[in-house]
Design a protein around this ligand. Structure first.
Ligand SMILES: Nc1nc2cc3nc(NCCc4ccc(C(=O)O)cc4)[nH]c3cc2c(=O)[nH]1
Ligand SMILES: [Zn+2]
Length: 374
């Protein structure tokens, strides 16, 4: 019995986006959905209570980071990541593939795995499909990601082809090493860059391995938005319609809407939480850099169309003051609002799908957010 099941509900007649529900050992969540990122076993400055209050039902954490600090052995001893961080809803862990390539230098990719340096102290490390699976198994995440290579953008066709073939072999090895198929789901990650033939090859390889869900990797790595959209248009149809589809590393409002329209069910990104910590907020009228001097005497809410407790109880002037003084509470306020904004956006996307009007919603949202229609 697979621990992760996808319940298809309906397709938006206007766009082809789909409404669904994913069932996991730690609860279910409606899709399309956004996953707040909790890299080091915390969504920075948010408590589990904050996350529940804003209706977050799944969060992401990172194999690579938790392996380095505190070590998966300590988390295993604590009873697993859910217990360790007091989060009893769903957890997805990324496999380390991307983190190794984005954080570490001196990496050497071999068939057996990747040799690289610890980005904290320079010590030599080795990560393989088997090691990535052992770490995730010890963390006890509900959804584990296969260990893959996320090639840089741009990459040559030849490089990408050999990378895709190795990532498929690594996916096979992850399945072999998967000890708890009864309680932990494992998603395959489709690579292939901007090349349709390679995305097809990667999808065929991984779909034949019968994973309970699939991620589209290798995107949101600096490619133009139209390339991402094109890759989605020819990749999502290659994936089974009865399993979740997860677009990795995507988190701007426009990309979430455009991804949902192209059949994506799950998204994650550090963007909302990272920009919050440098005083930038997402609002219905576009981005607002609340630390700017022009808000020093602005006693209105961050977003007058937002119903979150931050917008109900605190002013731009107060939030700006806290951010300027580097006060932790300021980062809590901007982070809470940004996550609430994206979770609310996904709720509006789901409602628009159920009412067959996601195209209209996109137009109105882009207009108000200040995104010129492509
Ligand atoms: N295993 C695996 N994981 C991935 C994570 C990713 N994350 C991204 N993009 C994140 C882009 C990103 C990075 C930082 C900020 C910020 O600091 O705001 C925003 C966006 N692309 C990604 C691709 C992969 C992938 O193929 N394989
Ligand atoms: Zn708000």
């Amino acid at each position: 019995m697979t621990p992760i099941t996808y319940e298809f509900i309906k397709t938006c007649k206007q766009t082809g986006a789909r409404l669904g529900r994913v069932h996991t050992p730690h609860g279910s969540f409606d899709t399309p959905t956004f996953m707040p990122v909790g890299t080091l076993a915390t969504v920075k400055t948010m408590s589990p209570e904050d996350l529940k209050e804003m209706n977050a039902n799944i969060i992401l954490s990172n194999t690579y980071h938790l392996w380095l600090r505190p070590g998966e052995d300590i988390i295993k001893e604590a009873g697993g990541l859910h217990k360790f961080m007091n989060w009893d809803r769903t957890i997805l862990t990324d496999s380390g593939g991307f983190q190794v390539f984005s954080l570490s230098d001196m990496r050497e990719i071999k068939e057996e795995g990747v040799h690289f340096r610890n980005h904290l102290n320079g010590a030599k490390l080795f990560l393989s499909p088997e090691k990535a699976m052992q770490i995730q198994n010890d963390l006890g995440s509900d959804i584990m990601m296969a260990f893959d290579e996320c090639p840089p953008y741009p990459a040559t066709y030849d490089y990408m082809k050999s990378s895709v073939e190795r990532t498929s072999r690594w996916a096979e090895r992850c399945l072999e090493a998967h000890e708890r198929k009864d309680i932990q789901g494992l998603f395959g990650i489709i690579q292939g860059g901007e090349y349709e033939a390679l995305r097809k090859q990667s999808a065929e390889d991984l779909v034949s391995m019968n994973f309970p869900g699939y991620a589209i990797g290798g995107l949101s790595v600096g490619e133009p938005k139209d390339i991402m959209n094109r890759v989605l248009e020819f990749t999502t149809p290659l994936l089974p319609s009865d399993k979740p589809r997860y677009l990795m590393g995507v988190g701007s409002p426009d990309s979430l809407i455009d991804g949902a329209i192209r059949g994506i069910d799950m998204f994650d990104c550090v963007l909302p939480t990272r920009i919050a910590r440098n005083g930038t907020c997402m609002t219905s009228n576009g981005r607002l850099v609340v630390r700017n001097a022009k808000y020093a005497r602005d006693f209105g809410p961050i977003d007058e169309n937002c119903d979150c407790h931050v917008c109900k109880n605190y002013s731009r002037a107060y939030v700006r003051h806290l951010i300027k003084c580097n006060e932790t509470f300021g980062f809590r306020l901007t982070t809470y609002h940004n996550l609430h904004f994206l979770l609310k956006l996904m709720e509006q996307v789901r409602t628009a799908i159920s009412e067959d009007r996601l195209g209209d919603f996109k137009e109105a949202f882009f207009e108000q957010y200040g995104l010129n229609q492509p």
